[in-house]
Design a protein around this ligand. Structure first.
Ligand SMILES: *Cc1c(COP(=O)(O)O)cnc(C)c1O
Length: 482
């Protein structure tokens, strides 16, 4: 987005792209939305896309591609081994991270699987700023333990801290001393920290962690899935970085890291993933699992067309007119909700707008999943599909007890370059209505609770009959409107 000043003094985000391919949307009447969410077991993951108006579930694999990406897909080289497509992607990664080795994987969690299988043992600990669902599942599946060292501000709902994804550096020192470097599988820093609201860490913090890890001989692993947003925030929020190019910030981050892995469903506007490193020993440690679980070393389970799109998408990630589209739309979304009194995570992060469900539904017990209930209520009110990021997204302890999440969030993801400002305005309007009617909404309880990653496909039902009351109120307030 360009730096444009407005005559009116009002500011709003302005896209530096135009839409050339569209997809028609439908908005169902509220009664049909009720039927759809009932059929989905009050789990927005189980809704059919045809029943969804604005799909804000995720930014994974649903970012809009550019004309340059689509053009590149036509010249993909599908040789099984030694394809030119692989070489182009490898060269692009070398350029942006200055790291020599690249192992392709079919998506981000496949990289997490390989890292966990190779480096995590029963009893090992993996400290990190904050966990991500799939990474935690892989670490615990092989007997490891996740320890989160995000600062207190990281899990505060409202804050003016520009880098809520930072770790507490003293705690990094402590954990290395207490547990011993030999018991630490690796240290993980997640860019654009997903589960606390797409919040960035600072370059200064990354450097401090990297220094401690290097002097203890612990590998620093950067989860770069949400790197684009973090790069943008370092550029606009970190003193001393404002005049740097995004490409330079990216190289500085890579210098601090021993291993970088990413989901190319987010980074690079495509679908895939990978691991890069400059360390030949790490490369050799990890390499054998790629042909075993992913595919040959030059595609790793990805389609060559997607790989071409990712190569161009990585280039666009470093384009300063493009990289801020997501964060600026999210900032608008968050500030407009805040202005209406709706409790939201501040400062605005990347990835999407995050509503604080504990504040929104402060009358719903956390054991009845306020974020999940809010996801269903927002769908009923608007046809907008968001994602529960709270206690439902946690996993039970081995003894069956249920940890309550630090934060109860409803995430409304804004896939890059997909929605218009009027669609965002519509979502704000309906969420505002729901906020005024929030007392109607109650909690949820499990009907079917899977043991692993339960939030993906578990089924629930409302506690009480609040869903019908909400639909009745919608009709009363909106007449025959959709
Ligand atoms: C999405 C995501 C992953 C997992 O990537 P997939 O491609 O969905 O498997 C890992 N880490 C973060 C921070 C993510 O956002």
């Amino acid at each position: 987005m360009a730096k444009v000043a407005y005559y009116s003094g009002e500011t709003f985000p302005l896209e530096m792209h135009k839409v050339r391919i569209i997809q028609k949307l439908t908005l169902l009447p509220v009664e049909e939305r009720l039927r759809a969410i009932e059929g989905a077991g009050y789990n927005t993951f189980l809704l059919e896309n045809r029943d969804v108006f604005l799909d804000m579930l995720t930014d994974s694999g649903v970012n809009a591609m550019s004309d340059r990406q689509q053009a590149a897909m036509l010249v993909a080289d599908d040789a099984y081994a030694g394809s030119e497509t692989f070489t182009r992607l490898h060269d692009k990664l070398r350029e942006i991270f200055a790291m020599e080795y690249f192992l392709p994987t079919h998506q981000g969690r496949a990289a997490e699987h390989i890292l966990s299988r190779v480096y995590v043992r029963p009893g090992s600990v993996v400290p990190m700023n904050y966990h991500f669902t799939t990474m935690k599942a892989h670490i615990t599946a092989v007997g490891g333990e996740v320890v989160e060292l995000v600062g207190e501000e990281g899990v505060a709902v409202t804050s003016s801290h520009p880098f809520k994804g930072n770790v507490n550096v003293n705690q990094v020192r402590e954990i290395i001393d207490e547990r011993g470097a030999e018991n630490i599988a690796f240290f993980r820093m997640e860019a654009g920290t997903n589960l606390i609201g797409g919040q960035p860490f600072s370059l200064e913090n990354l450097r401090a962690v990297s220094d401690l890890c290097r002097s203890a001989g612990v590998y620093l692993v950067l989860d770069a899935s949400l790197l684009a947003d973090n790069l943008h925030f370092i550029k606009v929020r970190e003193p001393g970085c404002e005049d740097w190019s995004v490409a330079k910030i990216c190289l500085e981050m890579a210098k601090c890291s021993d291993i970088i892995y990413f989901s190319a469903r987010k980074l690079g506007f495509g679908r895939g993933g990978g691991i890069v490193t400059n360390n030949p020993d790490i490369y050799t440690d990890l390499r054998s699992l790629v042909p075993m679980y992913e595919g040959f070393l030059t595609y790793g389970g990805m389609s060559v067309r997607e790989m071409e799109a990712i190569t161009v998408g990585l280039d666009e990630t470093l384009d300063e007119d493009m990289i801020n589209q997501g964060p600026l739309f999210i900032e608008h979304f968050v500030h407009e909700m805040e202005r209406r009194g709706i409790p939201v995570i501040t400062p605005p992060g990347g990835l999407g707008a995050h509503i604080d469900a504990k504040g929104f539904l402060d009358h719903v017990d956390q054991r009845q999943y306020p974020s999940g209930a809010l996801a269903s209520a927002v769908y009923l009110a608007s046809g907008v599909r968001g994602m529960e990021r709270g206690t439902m997204s946690e996993q039970r302890e081995p003894d069956g007890t249920e940890p309550l999440s630090h934060m109860e969030l409803l995430r409304l993801a804004l896939p890059r370059r997909v929605f218009t400002l009027s669609q965002v305005q519509y979502a704000i309007d309906r969420i505002h209505w729901l906020y005024d009617r929030r007392r109607i909404v109650g909690g949820l309880e499990w009907v079917e609770e899977p043991e692993i990653l339960r939030f993906f496909y578990g089924r629930l039902r409302p506690v009480g009959d609040w869903q019908h009351a909400l639909v009745d109120k919608f009709r009363e307030d909106f007449g025959d409107s959709l």
